[in-house]
Design a protein around this ligand. Structure first.
Ligand SMILES: [Mg+2]
Length: 290
């Protein structure tokens, strides 16, 4: 029998592009650096993916290295990280994590921990340089192999919408290092962050697999839309009608806004459940005591 109750950690898992930041990260960083118009780049990615019947993520990663080569520029790891300074965030994102962490700390009298994660199909090399980096326990994203000239040559990690779910299981089982096998059996009660303690936040159809995995296993999922953007709102409505999410809200992370209220409400439910499970755990261990 377990001696200690350990499932007292909450995980908030975020998509990045369109969720924390309005545009795909490449549009604030590599594309302007290369002088390439975002629309032209994404159109070309789509055409090429169709032409070669190729994975969309692998195609954009290939095209990016080709553009870098064609411009004869040197976009090494450090440069990509530095470019992340140009990324813009939705309002309130930069103060969001401190507010959320404080809410959990104060409500649980410090007994419950919260960890934040990013799972993104964007580039890890860019994410390493984001202003809000310090708030994340771990960031999972696509990565390049850099050769001896420090030039991006080939993908080492590719993350797309369905492979995103693998990282939800890694967080759930506490096997966060991608070199470790995820498939060994682990009983629910031994998993460091049960699905019930998870909240996934995304903005679109590419988040459906993660939303489904989280929600179907007892966790929560939420979608955000770009304020004053009917297309983005329509996507959220579609997700809500299909019961993929618990709520949607405008991507406005400022204090007192709808998103913060709904997230705090979900966190309160998760915290109450953790406290219930902890009490039950202590109770069950004492049943046969004299
Ligand atoms: Mg997104």
């Amino acid at each position: 029998m377990r001696k200690l109750f350990k499932q007292h950690t909450i995980a908030m898992v975020y998509d990045f592009d369109g969720t924390l930041s309005p545009q795909p990260m490449q549009e604030y960083t590599v594309l302007p650096e290369l002088g390439v118009s975002p629309q032209a780049f994404w159109d070309e990615c789509q055409r090429e993916a169709k032409k070669y019947n190729a994975d969309a993520m692998l195609t954009y990663m290939r095209l990016l290295t080709e553009k870098i080569e064609a411009k004869q520029t040197h976009l090494n790891k450090k440069k990509l990280r530095d470019l992340a300074k140009g990324i813009r965030y939705f309002p309130g994102v930069e103060t969001w994590f401190d507010r959320i962490n404080r809410h959990v700390r104060e409500t649980s009298a410090g007994k419950i921990k919260i960890k934040h994660y990013i799972i993104s199909a964007g580039l890890k090399e860019i994410l390493e340089g984001i202003k809000i980096r310090k708030y994340f326990e771990r960031m999972y994203a696509s990565e390049y192999y850099f050769d001896h000239h420090d030039a991006a040559r080939f993908p080492t990690v590719v993350i797309n919408d369905t492979s995103k779910t693998q990282y939800i299981f890694r967080i759930n089982k506490g096997i966060e290092d991608i070199n470790q096998s995820i498939n060994d059996y682990m009983p629910e009660c031994e998993r460091p962050i049960p699905f019930e303690n998870m909240l996934y936040i995304g903005d679109g159809l590419t988040d459906v697999p993660c939303m489904t995995v989280t929600k179907n296993n007892g966790g929560f999922a939420l979608a955000v839309y770009k304020p004053r953007n009917p297309q983005s709102l329509a996507v959220c409505r579609k997700l809500a009608r299909a019961n993929r999410i618990d709520y949607f809200a405008p991507a406005d992370y400022r204090a007192g806004k709808t998103l913060e209220k709904r997230v705090k409400l979900i966190l309160d439910v998760i915290m109450a459940r953790i406290m219930f499970h902890r009490e039950q755990f202590t109770f069950q261990r004492g049943i046969d005591r004299p």
